[in-house]
Design a protein around this ligand. Structure first.
Ligand code: EPZ
Length: 417
């Protein structure tokens, strides 16, 4: 499956951000912490959500997804079968987030080792170490993650790295552990605060969400709730960069500008005119972008998930830019594809030196992964002429109706099955 894109058209108009993929998948896993129904609103209609539904049903949850209303209802009333071996899990990093809730609720979990994209090794040592600290047995065996523990006991845990997934797993496990758990050096991503907000509505006792330290006082059980997923800062940010690359003007609606701060600062440095209000960002770019330097970091640093998108903009900048990718070791895979389009990128260790060029020319390119694929579409939007972007199934994992949203902004793009 591929896209045919005729680039060179400035994007204009308004576009709404979808619900956050990297919140929705963790919220869906966390619903296993209660036997009551949990309703999630603003759930994006994307492949990773369907994959998560498959895994929830495998462990015994009842799941209904009203895609027209972006609403999911999950009830794991029955005895859970804490085994996840559906091959879908092997390609979904978020399947790891089932471990904490299953351990807390069913006292054990056996999950096929999740991969996700090819952006790096994606080890799980912080997850295993955290579960062990809570008194569980946790290990890797024959390509599975095994955790088990009759009674989890809260304690102080320091994360060697503010891992998003490990923070999700340990917060979930701690909600039903005995006593108090203090998690230090945790991830501060907005998706963590979103998870903690839902858990609190389910009766969990959590303080410090969105800060470096989260305190959880264990309770006996959690109850159902309904919760609206926060806007997707990565999907929304992707459209802002698309508008900047094509020197257009867009309004990104239904977003949280504060969550986009690291990106907005860099777009402004590159010469974008920006105005924000409560839930909108208005962006306009009239000239060739200026070069800027980017270093990816855990939130509130510049997000690694928007690094490839900014790489495209810098390929067209009036000067030399530097990118330093510190989160994943293999997140510049699209460099070879961009060189086919005339980009001038030198790779150095975990970073890149980009000499901006006047324009990119069309080529046939292949998406290596989710965010790299989205970024190649952005490159095609900037190239004057017809581009073919293969591997669109990667995009469908995390972008709801990408070609529809871009077409409504004036892009000439169509999907060829
Ligand atoms: C989440 O992945 C996101 N995925 C990623 O988005 C995002 O890039 C990443 O956080 C960082 O923000 C979901 O939320 C489903 P980490 P996660 O644990 O939890 C290393 C996308 O495109 N690490 O914070 O896997 C790891 O290898 C995806 O939407 C260990 O070494 O990220 C990486 O170098 C891509 N041991 C760094 O930490 C561990 O036990 C950050 O990983 C865990 C992680």
């Amino acid at each position: 499956m591929h896209f045919i894109v005729e680039g060179g058209v400035p994007l204009r108009g308004s576009v709404s951000a979808q619900g956050a993929k990297n919140s929705a998948v963790h919220l869906m896993a966390a619903t296993l912490l209660t036997a009551d129904p949990v309703i999630l609103e603003n759930v994006p209609v994307i492949q990773d959500v369907f994959s998560m539904i498959t895994l929830l049903r495998e462990v015994g949850a009842e799941v209904s997804f009203d895609t027209a209303r972006h609403r999911i209802i999950i009830t794991s009333r029955k005895e859970l079968k804490p085994e996840v071996s559906n091959p879908v899990a092997a390609n979904l990093r978020a399947s790891l987030s089932l471990a904490g809730p299953l351990l807390a609720r069913a006292k054990q979990a056996r999950i096929i080792f999740p991969g996700g994209c090819n952006i790096g090794a994606r080890p799980v040592n912080y997850h295993l170490k955290g579960f062990q600290a809570l008194g569980a047995e946790a290990r890797l065996e024959d390509g599975y993650i095994l955790v088990q523990g009759k009674r989890l006991a809260g304690r102080r845990i320091y994360l060697d790295y503010p891992s998003v997934g490990a923070t999700v797993n340990l917060v979930c496990a701690a909600t039903l552990a005995k006593g108090e758990t203090i998690l230090e050096n945790v991830a501060e991503e907005p998706e963590i605060a979103d998870l903690c907000n839902m858990l609190r509505k389910m009766g969990a006792k959590i303080r410090g969400a969105g800060t470096k330290m989260i305190q959880v006082r264990g309770v006996r059980q959690l109850h159902g709730t309904s919760h609206r997923v926060i806007p997707d800062r990565i999907e929304g940010g992707t459209y802002l960069v698309a508008a900047a690359i094509t020197r257009g003007e867009i309004i990104l609606k239904d977003t949280v500008p504060a969550h986009l701060e690291p990106l907005l600062v860099k777009l402004q440095e590159a010469g974008a005119q920006l105005e924000t209000n409560k839930n909108k960002v208005h962006l306009r770019v009239l000239h060739r972008p200026k070069p800027v330097d980017i270093k990816t970091m855990p939130y509130p640093g510049f997000p690694t998930d928007l690094q490839n998108q900014m790489l495209i903009l810098l390929c067209l900048a009036e000067g030399i830019s530097l990118i330093s990718e510190t989160v994943f070791e293999n997140r510049l895979l699209i460099t070879s594809e961009l060189r086919k389009m005339g980009a001038d990128i030198q790779l150095h260790g975990g970073g890149a030196v980009i000499h901006g060029v006047e324009s990119l020319h069309p080529a046939q390119v292949t998406a290596p992964n989710l965010r790299g694929g989205a970024s190649l579409v952005l490159a095609a939007l900037a190239a004057c002429g017809l581009c073919e972007v293969d591997g669109v199934e990667h995009l469908d994992r995390g972008y709801e109706d990408m070609e529809g949203k871009l077409a409504r902004l004036g892009a000439r793009i169509r999907r060829i099955e």
